[in-house]
Design a protein around this ligand. Structure first.
Ligand code: PGA
Length: 228
């Protein structure tokens, strides 16, 4: 796979805005030679139409990602959306353990480990988010064999939504710790990736992708990041 850029819309956009974003994005992206892979991570309620719109392009560089997943299998878990519910939508990736879920929804390492297992059982690749202080404890919470089946995103909370990405040096140092703790499928970075992000962060071949939050909300800005 090429470098993977994930547009994480978080809880932004209503249906109309989300549809408009998709139309504008697909219209503009076709004009570029695509050298990267792109995953859209819409709010759960938009997964259906985003799935249809991506499928209609028949472009293998587009992927669908969910922002979260239930830690439980199908059953009596009111309000939860699990892998079984998502079958048939072409979901390839799921973000799990995002710091906003850990902070606002009080998710524990164990709950996140259960989400990882749910994803792996359903052949969805988990994109496990960690900050520096939970790399080790989160790795230890996973079943041994699952540590190699996750993509790990280094997401330093101090840099999320601030407009200033972490330094290249911090990111490469975190990668070493993550590689030692997980042997992950891929290493991603997330936290204020924007058009001003240090070019070393964007071009380093050992950084396999990026989670882009705020700067993915407007199509021109997101495309600017992709094309640079
Ligand atoms: P940000 O969000 O780009 O707005 O910092 C990234 C993320 O939280 O995944």
């Amino acid at each position: 796979m090429n470098k993977l850029f994930i547009a994480n819309w978080k809880s932004n956009k209503n249906r109309k805005e989300a549809q408009y974003w998709m139309q504008e994005f697909l219209e503009h992206i076709q004009k570029h030679k695509m050298l990267v892979d792109i995953a859209i991570a819409p709010p759960m309620c938009d997964v259906g139409f985003v799935s249809d719109m991506l499928a209609s392009t028949k472009n293998e560089r587009f992927h669908l990602c969910v922002q979260d997943i239930s830690p439980f299998p199908a059953g009596s878990y009111t309000g939860a959306v699990g892998t079984r519910n998502l079958t048939g939508y072409g979901i390839e990736f799921a973000i799990v353990g995002h710091s906003e879920r850990r902070t606002y929804f009080h998710e524990s390492n164990q709950e996140i480990a259960n989400k990882v297992s749910e994803c792996i059982d359903a052949q969805i690749t988990p994109i496990l988010c960690v900050d520096i202080e939970n790399i080790q404890s989160q790795a230890e919470s996973l079943k041994g064999s699952e540590r190699e089946k996750v993509m790990v995103a280094f997401e330093p909370t101090d840099h999320i939504g601030t407009g200033i990405a972490d330094t290249y040096e911090d990111i490469t140092a975190a990668k070493k710790l993550i590689d030692a703790a997980f042997s992950p499928l891929a290493f991603l970075y997330g936290g204020s990736v924007n058009t001003h992000t240090d070019s070393r962060i964007m071009t380093d071949k050992t950084i396999n992708g990026y989670i882009v939050g705020t700067s993915s909300l407007q199509v021109p800005e997101f495309i600017h990041i992709l094309s640079s």
